[in-house]
Design a protein around this ligand. Structure first.
Ligand code: WAQ
Ligand code: MG
Length: 236
């Protein structure tokens, strides 16, 4: 599902969500997604799109959720230092430049895919970014809307697990674009999901994601395909 608002001719993203469910649960899940689109703190959308596609069970990759580490920080500056320390642990170069690129790009629907050696952005559409799709938690619970209610942490863990499991992704860093959600993370297969309690100032409406890529040209295309198309269910 995706919901947006057209403000002065500009398309502003309000809400989006992905589900992989059994056919018999479709009706209920669609109603839940609609409810989610209509109750976002960013406002009432004037456009909602719910797209439904069949998925073959044998095409679904099942992944184990990344292990989670919680780090308490008192303010966003402290959070930033923690983030940098983990990037150093991963031997990432050009950290200042990477953080600048990450912070200068707001209101994208997707993420920046950055070659962390050349600092080249690899998305075809740089305004939109790469949107990771076709993923969900592996759960049987669809009797109510509990699996479609916005749960920043759980959705991020699903996305981060999918992203980190690509062999050419070194790390992901993320901050919500929700003004009142200041917890962010850095994730990688090696580090797991490192949750940093304060990574931006309360009230700041800017956020975004950046995926750090390392590899050759051919691997780039394969990585983009994986991020956008591989069906993934994540076991918590
Ligand atoms: N694929 C790629 N990028 C995305 C996607 C996606 N499916 N969804 C969102 N983004 C990008 C986009 O640029 C958004 O503006 C930005 O990420 C933030 O999205 O453990 O809520 O949905 O509690 O606001 C972190 C959770 C929450 C921390 C992240 O992101 C925790 C969050 P949001
Ligand atoms: Mg958001």
């Amino acid at each position: 599902m995706r919901a947006s608002n057209n403000i002065n001719g500009k398309n502003i993203h309000i809400s989006g969500a992905e589900k992989i469910v059994k056919k018999e649960d479709l009706k209920n899940i669609c109603a839940c997604l609609l409810e989610r689109a209509l109750s976002h703190s960013k406002g009432t959308p004037d456009f909602i799109n719910i797209k439904i596609e069949p998925v073959k069970e044998e095409n679904i990759l099942i992944l184990k959720a990344l292990p989670v580490t919680n780090i308490k920080t008192n303010n966003h500056k402290e959070g930033r230092q923690i983030l940098v320390s983990y990037l150093k642990k991963l031997n990432v170069k050009h950290i200042d430049e990477i953080l600048k690129i990450w912070e200068q790009n707001h209101s994208m629907r997707g993420a920046i895919l950055l070659d962390c050696e050349t600092l080249e952005r690899l998305e075809e559409n740089k305004e939109r970014g790469i949107r990771v799709t076709y993923m969900d938690i592996n759960s049987n619970n669809s009797d109510d809307c509990s699996t479609t209610k916005k749960n920043h942490f759980q959705e991020a863990l699903v996305l981060a697990t999918k992203v980190a499991n690509h062999p050419n992704i070194i790390a992901e860093i993320c901050i919500s674009d929700d003004p009142d959600y200041v917890t962010g993370y850095i994730a990688s297969l090696e580090l797991g999901y490192i949750r940093i309690s304060t990574l931006k100032k309360y009230g700041n409406p800017h956020g975004g994601r950046i995926f750090l890529f390392k590899g050759g040209k051919q691997e780039q295309a394969e990585c983009i395909r994986y991020l956008q198309e591989q069906r993934v269910l994540v076991e918590l």
